[in-house]
Ligand binder design. Structure first.
Ligand SMILES: Cc1cc2nc3c(=O)[nH]c(=O)nc-3n(C[C@H](O)[C@H](O)[C@H](O)COP(=O)(O)OP(=O)(O)OC[C@H]3O[C@@H](n4cnc5c(N)ncnc54)[C@H](O)[C@@H]3O)c2cc1C
Ligand code: SF4
Length: 328
């Protein structure tokens, strides 16, 4: 057991000040990921700054018709908000596809987006891992990597981003709101998580000491339909082998707007821009959807044991888009 300090804060300003003044401090939200990693010795914060009592637990309507989701809104609560279920079903479905009922009751919006990868080497401190200890190597590349990345990986890391919610937020063009020592800023959700490149120790664009305060959703598109579908090894308690979040608007048999993001394939939710470009203005048919999925997945570079993810992701994308076009 390593000793660590504990501090409960009452305001966002206090949280940011505390983080700036305490090297090695980490925010504690629901604790469902951070505390597990502390027990494994992967994370060793010197101080835990408990943000659990900050007033960031509300979902509010925005003047433009969007929604602002506080960083401490629990995953279970968010999935059940009528405005989310009605206007952004893809988000509600993604949340309900993640973890278990008990975990969703505790896990928060901010913590979910900032949870660490499930790569087994990352979680095992007896093994080298560039993400945990930069410069030590990536044993997953030649070792056990069935669950890991097929897109956007690097020689330094082939991990995948684990959050289901993040995939839905990328497809919804959501915005992540941050508050740090230098003030407030926003980052598009689709760009919040990073590709590993040569610095896989950084999962996201968040800076040291910054607090994630909220996620904002733009107004839902009129006539838009959305859905999340996830393939996993068992029906609960399993991270995505591959998943897809899709938002589709079809008018008179033609795709007017499409937003597509894959989960389980990369170090970040993979926004399928090539597929989207092909879909816009094309007939809303299964052939179009298959062509678009193929165009996107042509960039895949599977490792020895995870090539199955490419046809799996293709089938998920084609299936979801076809269902949305047919039934909504
Ligand atoms: C058995 C199991 C199965 C799971 N299955 C799934 C799954 O299928 N899909 C899925 O998406 N997730 C899954 N999860 C992960 C779960 O969703 C996350 O553990 C949870 O969402 C993390 O939220 P939290 O509030 O508990 O975060 P915490 O554990 O409190 O924090 C996680 C990280 O985020 C940081 N942090 C938290 N809030 C903020 C903030 N506001 N600002 C800045 N930093 C912050 C913390 O410092 C820490 O580094 C599973 C977890 C378990 C244990
Ligand atoms: S894939 Fe990334 S997280 Fe896994 S061992 Fe390699 S460097 Fe570590």
């Amino acid at each position: 057991m390593r000793p660590f300090g504990y501090l409960r804060v009452a305001s966002v300003d206090e949280a940011v000040r505390a983080a700036a003044g305490q090297p090695g401090a980490q925010f504690l939200a629901g604790g469902t990921n951070l505390v597990d990693l502390m027990k494994l010795g992967v994370e060793a914060p010197r101080t835990l700054i408990d943000i659990g009592r900050l007033p960031l637990d509300r979902v509010e309507e925005l003047p433009d018709g969007g929604l602002r989701i506080g960083a401490l809104v629990r995953n279970a609560d968010l999935a059940a908000v009528p405005a989310v279920r009605d206007r952004y079903p893809v988000l509600s479905q993604a949340l309900l596809a993640g973890a278990s009922g008990q975990l969703r009751n505790t896990a928060t919006t901010g913590g979910n987006l900032l949870q660490r990868t499930r790569c087994g080497y990352f979680q095992d401190v007896s093994k080298p891992c560039n993400k945990r200890e930069p410069g030590t190597g990536c044993p997953a590349r030649e070792g056990t990597h069935r669950d890991l990345a097929v897109l956007g990986h690097s020689a330094h890391c082939v991990a995948t981003q684990p959050s289901d919610m993040a995939v839905a937020l990328a497809a919804l063009d959501a915005t992540v709101c941050l508050h740090g020592p230098e003030g407030e800023r926003t980052v598009p959700a689709a760009e919040f998580h990073r590709l590993p490149g040569d610095s896989p120790e950084r999962d996201t664009e968040i800076r040291l000491g910054e607090l994630l305060t909220a996620v904002e959703l733009p107004p839902a598109r009129p006539g838009g339909r959305s859905r999340y579908r996830k393939a996993r090894d068992r029906a609960s308690f399993a991270f995505a082998l591959a998943s897809v979040a899709a938002v589709l608007t079809v008018r008179d048999g033609t795709v007017e707007h499409a937003a597509l993001a894959f989960g389980g394939l990369a170090h970040r939710p993979w926004r399928a821009r090539s597929a989207e470009a092909l879909l816009r203005g094309a007939p809303a048919t299964e052939e179009t959807f298959a062509r678009a999925a193929d165009a996107e997945l042509a960039a895949a570079a599977p490792l020895r044991d995870n090539g199955f993810k490419v046809p799996l992701a293709r089938a998920l994308a084609v299936g979801v888009l076809t269902d949305l076009a047919a039934h909504g």
